[in-house]
Design a protein around this ligand. Structure first.
Ligand code: UN1
Length: 510
C-alpha cells in the first residue's frame, strides 16, 4: 500500500508540528517523537512535541474561544458537528488505513473505528437539540423551579494508542455540542492519526467560521498530560488508558477539585454456561480475545466455562485458534495484526512467564513470531492458558492476546469469579436460559459497567454509556446521558409573586 499517498490525502505531509489551536498550527519547539509502524517497523514521520509555552498558548486560545462558542445555539453547534461527520465519511478510507498502519489493527477494524466516529457525530447532532433539564414544582406559591445544563469550558481529552481516533471523537463531539472547547493530547504512539483528525476538523470548522481555539491539539508525552491534569483552566479532564495513568490523572485533578472522567483498564470475562449456544460463544470469545491483538480495554481476557461443556468448548477453541492468520493488518485476510511496540511484546512475554511460573497450563502456546513479514518484532501468537482466577497475573490487565480459561460448576461461583478482579468494565454470559441471564444482569450479578447476554465483551455501540466500575475509573463516555459529564447543572428558582416567602416555612422579618 502506498502510505505516502494516504498521508497526502490527509494533509499530513504539510503539518506535523504537534500543536494546533484549530486551523492555525503553532511552531512547536519541543523534542521530536518518531512514529514507527508496528506493521513493518518503518518510521512514518517525526512530530515535534509541545513545550510548556506552546501548551499554554493552546489552552489560552481554547479559553478565549469558549467565550464565543458557548453563545452559539446548541443546534448550530450540532450543524457543524454534522458536517464533521460528512467529512469523516469522505475520509473514511485514508483515515482507516492510517489508523491501521500506525496502530496495527486490522483494516476492517481501522474502518470500523472511523465508522464509530461518524456514528458519534450523528448522535451528537441529535443530542444538540436534547440537552434537557428537569422542571420541578416549587413549595412556594408563584415560584418556578427548573434546572439548566451549561457548558464547562475547556475540556482536556487524553486518549490511548489502541483507539487513536474514536475515543477522541466520543469525547470531543459531545463536548462540542454541549458548548465546550477541547484540547486533545493523543497517545505519543499514534500522533499522526491525531494530526489527520485535526486537519479534517479544522477545515470544517474554518468553513463555518467557528472561532479559532475550539478544537486544539497538543502532541506530547507524560509531562503534557501532567500539565493538563494540574491546570485550573481545564475544568474537566477525560482520560482513557491504563489504570496506572488514570490513578495519576485522577489524583492530580482531584487535588485541585477539578473533574475527571476516567475510562481505564478492564479484565473482562465471558461466562459460558451449560445452556450456551457454543457456536455463538466461540465466535464471541475469539473476536473478543484476539481482535485488535488483545489491545482493547474491552478485550475478553477470561473465560469461565461450565464443567459439562468444558472439554468440548476447549477443543473448539484450539481448532479455531489454529485457523487464525497473523500478519499484515492491511491485508484483508489477516485476523491478528501486531502489538503496538516492543514494550508491549515484552509485557506479553513477561505475563506468559508469570502464568507458567504460577502453574498455568498452555492450551494454545504463545510466542513471538520471527521471519518474513514479522520483521518489526511486534507480532505474537494469541495463546490460551488454564489458570486460577486469584493468581496475580490473572488479576491484572496485560494488553495482549492472552486468554485465561477456568472451569465452574455453579453459576453463582462463576459470577463471583468474574467479579473478583480489581477492574469492572465489560462482562458477558452465554446462555439460552432466561433465569441464568436475569441473574447475571441483576444486582446480584455482574458488577461491571457493561454486561451482555449472548454477545461478547468488546465491540460496544456508541448509543450506550461506555465505561466501568472499580479500577476502570467509574466514568461514562459516549451515549445515553454521558453528555452530562461535560456540562454543569444549575438549579434556578424564580419568584414571580409580590411576596418573599422562605423555604421550609421559615419566618424572618425585619
Ligand atoms: C477501548 O478499547 O478503549 O467496545 C474502547 C469496544 C469499542 C471501544 C473500545 N467500541 O470494544
Amino acid at each position: 500500500m502506498k502510505m505516502d499517498k494516504v498521508l497526502g490525502k490527509l494533509g499530513i505531509e504539510k503539518v506535523n508540528e504537534g500543536a494546533a489551536t484549530g486551523a492555525e498550527w503553532l511552531k512547536a519547539k519541543g523534542e521530536k517523537i518518531e512514529s514507527f509502524s508496528p506493521v513493518d517497523g518503518k518510521k512514518i514521520a517525526a512530530v515535534t512535541t509541545v513545550t510548556r509555552e506552546t501548551y499554554d498558548a493552546v489552552i489560552d486560545k481554547a479559553q478565549q474561544a469558549f467565550a464565543e462558542w458557548r453563545m452559539w445555539p446548541a443546534p448550530k453547534r450540532g450543524e457543524v458537528v454534522r458536517q464533521v461527520g460528512e467529512a469523516l465519511r469522505k475520509y473514511k478510507e485514508p483515515l482507516g488505513k492510517l489508523v491501521s498502519y500506525e496502530m496495527g489493527k486490522s483494516l476492517q477494524e481501522g474502518y470500523g473505528e472511523v465508522q464509530e466516529m461518524i456514528d458519534i457525530c450523528d448522535y451528537a447532532v441529535g443530542l444538540s437539540r436534547q440537552l434537557y433539564g428537569l422542571t420541578m414544582h416549587s413549595e412556594r406559591p408563584l415560584h418556578r423551579m427548573y434546572e439548566q445544563w451549561h457548558p464547562l469550558g475547556v475540556v482536556g481529552v487524553i486518549s490511548a494508542f489502541n483507539f487513536p481516533v474514536a475515543v477522541w471523537s466520543w469525547n470531543s463531539m459531545i463536548a462540542f455540542v454541549c458548548g465546550n472547547t477541547c484540547v486533545w493530547k493523543p497517545s505519543e504512539k499514534t500522533p499522526l492519526s491525531a494530526i489527520a483528525c485535526q486537519n479534517i476538523i479544522a477545515t470544517v470548522f474554518k468553513a463555518n467560521n467557528v472561532p479559532e481555539g475550539v478544537c486544539g491539539l497538543v502532541v506530547g508525552g507524560r509531562d503534557t498530560g501532567e500539565w493538563m491534569s494540574s491546570d485550573t483552566r481545564v475544568p474537566l479532564v477525560s482520560a482513557t488508558g491504563s489504570t496506572r495513568m488514570g490513578k495519576a490523572v485522577g489524583a492530580t485533578v482531584a487535588a485541585r477539585l477539578g473533574r475527571s472522567l476516567l475510562e481505564l483498564g478492564g479484565n473482562n470475562a465471558i461466562i459460558v454456561s451449560e445452556h450456551a449456544d457454543l457456536n455463538i460463544a466461540l465466535r464471541a470469545a475469539i473476536f473478543g480475545a484476539v481482535g485488535t491483538a488483545g489491545q482493547r480495554c474491552t478485550t475478553t481476557r477470561r473465560l469461565m466455562i461450565h464443567s459439562s461443556v468444558y472439554d468440548a468448548f476447549k477443543k473448539k477453541l484450539v481448532a479455531a485458534y489454529k485457523q487464525l492468520v497473523i500478519g499484515d493488518p492491511l491485508d484483508e485476510n489477516t485476523h491478528v495484526g501486531p502489538l503496538i511496540d516492543k514494550d508491549a511484546v515484552a509485557a506479553y512475554t513477561n505475563a506468559i512467564a508469570q502464568v507458567k511460573k504460577a502453574g498455568g497450563k498452555a492450551v494454545v502456546a504463545g510466542g513471538v513470531l520471527e521471519g518474513e513479514g514479522y520483521e518489526s518484532g511486534c507480532y505474537v501468537k494469541p495463546c490460551i492458558f488454564e489458570v486460577q482466577n486469584d493468581w496475580e497475573v490473572v488479576q491484572h490487565e496485560t494488553f495482549a492476546p492472552i486468554l485465561y480459561i477456568m472451569k465452574f460448576d455453579v453459576l453463582q461461583d462463576a459470577i463471583a469469579m468474574q467479579n473478583n478482579v480489581p477492574q469492572g468494565l465489560s462482562s458477558s454470559i452465554m446462555t439460552l436460559n432466561m433465569r441464568e441471564s436475569e441473574l447475571f444482569l441483576s444486582h446480584a450479578g455482574s458488577d461491571c459497567g457493561i454486561a451482555n447476554v449472548n454477545i461478547g465483551t468488546s465491540g460496544a455501540e456508541i448509543g450506550g454509556a461506555f465505561g466501568g466500575e472499580k479500577e476502570t475509573g467509574g466514568g461514562r463516555e459516549s451515549g445515553s446521558d454521558s453528555w452530562k459529564a461535560y456540562m454543569r447543572r444549575q438549579t434556578n428558582t424564580i419568584n414571580w409573586s409580590d411576596q418573599l416567602p422562605l423555604a421550609q416555612g421559615i419566618k424572618f422579618s425585619v
